[in-house]
Design a protein around this ligand. Structure first.
Ligand SMILES: Cc1cc2nc3c(=O)[nH]c(=O)nc-3n(C[C@H](O)[C@H](O)[C@H](O)COP(=O)(O)O)c2cc1C
Ligand SMILES: CCCCCCC(=O)C(=O)O
Length: 365
């Protein structure tokens, strides 16, 4: 049977990936309330189409923080992609390049940032940064990303401490011994590069990530790097203001794929209020629960300038390596283009809040 949407890829991947690995990649925090909500909340927003417009030349080209792109759809950073398929981070980076979207490489990648840069030179690449207790290690990651041609540093602000993931507690997923966290090389980084000394993901993160980080560290990073800094994990207006005031050029409204604190809102629920207060001051981007072109359209209509997907690319990799990842991105891209045609929007800048209504509006009629 042909795979025609992300849901098909998800079902196929769930059949292919061994249970304990699948549980690490699939799961969210706690009872997984917010995990389901991220997807479900999109259904509460309705698209208001306009007709009799010339939609023959739909075009999704856009420019985000200096990157010229063919699509606002990009790949969110996810850890250890070669566990899913040997094509791993290189496969996903090339897939993003194929559709002309951004690829964000995780700090905890199973391919080094230099190798990814070399293998996908035509992809617009950003580097996601976790702040390690070893600050010189953190500094060297930033300098290496600059030197390798990454165009922004995405500082994840929601992961100083790891969420309570029941799947991790049950299955104690560990990186297989034939793979490594390849951004960490040399003796000084020996603790960070392998999970072998740790009982699982949680223990690794607690031992390595700096749990004392504050906005002062954003201030440090903004001054330390010549690249634009993006804060990933903003869920409130207050933190959006702080990100702006501390010099971030953009934010990603994200709840880390609902893997940190269960019971947080779906990201699409908080997007409008954040855009409302800082949308004119910085570039607002979005991730969480995006599974189809209509979801991308809704996030753009609510003010996001770029929209990232995490798990769908892992399911694409699991099913057919780089080709699967490419197909997942193409399916969502084609669905976005179709949604634009059917709703009367020719360019992404045409997609505004005039094209969207929350279901609560209809109950008032
Ligand atoms: C398996 C997995 C690993 C992740 N690893 C990282 C990571 O290394 N760094 C990070 O900032 N976010 C990480 N995230 C969060 C994603 O960047 C993104 O916020 C989330 O996956 C978006 O939700 P979606 O999976 O519903 O698209 C991870 C998410 C998953 C599912
Ligand atoms: C190598 C251990 C840490 C992986 C962290 C990845 C991550 O952010 C996640 O949500 O999982």
């Amino acid at each position: 049977m042909a795979l025609v949407c992300v849901e098909d890829y998800e079902k196929e991947a769930f059949r292919n990936i061994p249970k304990n690995t699948l549980e690490f990649y699939r799961s969210g925090a706690g009872s997984e309330f917010s995990l389901a909500l991220n997807v479900d909340a999109f259904k509460r927003w309705r698209i208001l189409p306009r007709f009799l417009r010339d939609v023959g030349g739909v075009n999704t080209a856009c420019s985000i923080l200096g990157c010229k792109l063919s699509t606002p759809i990009g790949v969110a950073p996810t850890a250890m992609q070669r566990v899913i398929h040997d094509d791993g981070e290189i496969g996903n980076a090339r897939a993003a390049g194929k559709v002309g979207g951004i690829f964000i490489l995780s700090t905890v990648s199973t391919t080094s940032l230099e190798e990814v840069a070399k293998a996908a030179p035509n992809t617009s690449k950003w580097f996601q940064l976790y702040i390690y207790k070893d600050r010189s290690l953190t500094e060297s990651l930033v300098r290496r990303a600059e030197n390798a041609g990454y165009k922004a540093i995405v500082m994840t602000i929601d992961c100083a401490h790891f969420g309570a993931r029941r799947a991790d507690a049950r299955y104690k997923f560990k990186l297989p011994s034939h793979l490594g966290l390849l951004n960490f090389q040399g003796d000084r980084a020996s603790n960070a590069k392998s999970m072998q000394g740790f009982s699982g993901i949680q223990e690794y993160a607690n031992a390595q990530y700096d749990q004392s980080i504050t906005w002062a560290d954003v201030d440090w990073l903004v001054k330390f790097t010549k690249l634009p800094v993006i804060a990933k994990g903003v869920l409130t207006r207050e933190d959006a203001f702080l990100a702006r005031d501390y010099g971030c050029k953009g934010i990603i409204v994200s709840n880390h794929g609902a893997r940190q604190l269960d019971s947080v809102p779906a990201t699409i629920e908080v997007l409008p209020t954040i855009v409302d207060v800082v949308g004119n001051d910085m570039t607002i981007m979005f991730d969480g629960g995006v599974r189809q072109g209509t979801d991308v359209f809704k996030a753009l209509a609510l003010g996001a300038k770029a929209v990232f997907m995490g798990r769908p690319l892992l399911w694409g990799l699991a099913v057919n390596g780089q080709k699967g990842a490419e197909h997942v991105l193409e399916l969502v891209q084609r669905d976005l283009e179709l949604t634009m045609k059917l709703s009367g929007c020719v360019n992404v800048s045409d997609i505004t809040k005039d094209y969207i209504a929350h279901e609560s509006q209809f109950s008032k009629l």
